[in-house]
Design a protein around this ligand. Structure first.
Ligand code: F6P
Length: 548
């Protein structure tokens, strides 16, 4: 499955040669050379509009990137994923999050078994359960209806549900409280539950493996908290449900597997928010809106699978990321949603992108000699403008930006002086992209009457690349398409870099070492330590500080 070494491909070399030519060109020149660029370098499909004209590319760059994609067998690799091939080679697993949103009429085989009916059976069970809870038919141990839902999980079993709950809050049941506990820091659990009545609280324990230290610790804390209030082990059945692939561990914890919603090893944790891991989302927005979200994911899946690379949104985003990372040498991507409801979207994308593409060896295990996954980060606009945008505009590092905005707000608020505050928000989004691309020359600054000593400080070099993604309105459907856009863009990048975007061995070492360290921190007597001198001393100092 591995392709020949990326940097030896003639298509890579062609891009290097092309970069020598286009690299020094300013976006001002590129726009001057092609005045229609702002209309031409755009794609609109499945409800999303992508303007990539402010990326530092021209028609030749795009052609060469597509040729690189062909040389890396991108179309074949896309088919292999949709086909259920075991493309997660280091874990010998299929990668089929696309099956989670496939209509019931589709057939997707894993080892000869059609998984689509399984997916829909779980969805139907989730929907029936969600209806029971939302309608008040599902009662707590003491006979009260459930008003609070606390989802316990971490990483892929938390970031998606949190992000989706925040994103779709406008569609959620406002008479129910939704909380999320992830950190093993007891503060997370304590603050999430301090004002809740256990008799009205349902815990959803989300863990693919059901062995994750943080989640199990918090789940045990939740059970103690619940039983302390309700006093009876039989309360667990009414106040705990599990989402997992591991029925044995769920049963061991004491949750009846009748109250378990399953998923499968072909769903990666960071690709699981549209599986049963999204049960809290469904409880919040209801089964119909949840299915709308799945339809949005599926629309993007279809687009990705069937649209030629020229107009393929995830392929374009992925190839532009390759260009920015490997040719413009950008180490990061700022994701800047001009939509308050998407405030957790950058955090969600951090796991999706960095756990997927933070890899240093190819599928064959050879060390790469090129950069892979960039660092994703971001904050909603306009807040970020008053914080880190200074560095993006005038710093020494190149930070490509993804701006995300919507035509309509879910919360119209008249602006002073006319219009809606939403116009102010979007004016800022549009202005930022313009300022980053075109900047302000020293002569323009002088023409404003700026004293000469301040001219260098007030000059904006510009030529900072960005993409802008617009949609009509943030709906469950649009959220689904947006997430799938990034999922598949990550996939495209992984294919070009020839890495396994679906494993995460890098998280293991820290977990392992923590086990030894926990034993050393909790040993009754000062333990014999055999780490390096820094680690040894940190353990001693912690014990002293803790014990006073
Ligand atoms: O530590 C990384 C990780 O394995 C993620 O990939 C995963 O999403 C998270 O932990 C949680 O795992 P689980 O759902 O098995 O509790």
């Amino acid at each position: 499955m591995s392709h020949p070494k990326l940097t030896t491909l003639p298509q890579w070399r062609a891009l290097q040669q092309h970069f020598a030519m286009i690299g020094p060109k300013h976006l001002r020149e590129l726009f001057a050379a092609s005045p229609q660029r702002g209309e031409r370098l755009t794609v609109e499909d499945v409800g999303l509009y992508l303007d990539y004209s402010k990326q530092r590319v021209d028609a030749d760059t795009l052609q060469l990137l597509r040729e690189l994609a062909a040389a890396c067998a991108l179309p074949q690799r896309i088919e292999a994923m949709f086909h259920g091939d075991r493309i997660n080679t280091t874990e010998n697993r299929a990668v089929l999050h696309v099956a989670l949103r496939a209509p019931a009429t589709e057939k997707i085989l894993v080892d000869g078994h059609d998984v689509v009916p399984d997916v829909h059976a779980v969805l139907d069970r989730m929907a029936a359960f969600a209806e029971q809870v939302r309608s008040g038919a599902w009662l707590g141990h003491g006979g009260k209806r459930i008003r609070n839902v606390v989802s316990i999980g971490i990483g892929g079993s938390d970031l998606g549900p949190v992000m989706a709950y925040e994103a779709l809050r406008d569609y959620s049941r406002r008479d129910m409280t939704f909380r999320f506990v992830s950190n093993v820091d007891g503060t997370d659990f304590a603050e999430a539950t301090r004002d809740l009545d256990a008799a009205e609280t349902l815990f959803i324990v989300c863990s693919k493996t059901f062995t994750t230290l943080e989640t199990l610790s918090n789940a045990h804390a939740a059970r103690r908290w619940c039983l302390a209030a309700l006093g009876d082990e039989s309360a667990v059945a009414k106040h705990f449900v599990a989402v997992s692939t591991n029925a044995d561990e769920v049963a061991k914890f004491g949750i009846d597997t009748a109250n378990m919603f399953g998923f499968w090893d072909w769903v990666g944790g960071r690709y699981s928010m549209d599986s049963a891991i999204g049960l809290s989302t469904m409880l919040a927005i209801g089964p119909a809106q949840f299915r709308e979200m799945l339809a949005g994911f599926h629309a993007m899946d279809e687009h990705f699978r069937h649209t030629p690379l020229e107009r393929n949104l995830p392929a374009l985003m992925g190839l532009l990321a390759i260009w920015n990372t490997n040719f413009l040498d950008a180490a990061t991507v700022a994701v800047l949603p001009y939509e308050q409801y998407l405030k957790r979207f950058p955090a969600y994308l951090q796991q999706l992108t960095m756990e997927s593409n933070g890899k240093h060896v190819t599928l064959d295990g050879a060390a790469v000699d090129y950069a892979t996954g960039p660092i994703y980060w971001g904050e909603p606009g306009t807040n970020g403008q008053h914080s880190f945008y200074q560095l993006i505009h005038q710093g020494t590092r190149l930070v490509p930006c993804d701006f995300i905005g919507f035509g309509q707000t879910l919360n119209p608020l008249p602006a002073q002086g006319g219009g809606d505050q939403h116009d102010l928000l979007m004016a800022n989004l549009i202005a930022q992209g313009e300022a980053l691309a075109f900047g302000k020359t020293a002569d323009e600054v002088r023409a404003d009457g700026t004293p000469e000593a301040l001219v260098p400080h007030r000059t904006f070099e510009g030529n900072r690349p960005s993409s802008t993604i617009l949609a009509a309105k943030l709906t469950p459907h649009v959220l689904g398409t947006l997430i799938a856009l990034y999922e598949h863009s990550v996939f495209v990048q992984g294919v070009i870099w020839d890495i396994d975007s679906f494993d995460q061995w890098g998280v293991e070492l820290g977990k392992q070492l923590a086990k030894t360290t926990i034993a050393e921190l909790t040993a009754p007597d000062e333990p014999k330590l055999a780490h390096d001198s820094s680690t040894n001393h940190l353990i001693r100092r912690y014990r002293q500080l803790r014990d006073g």
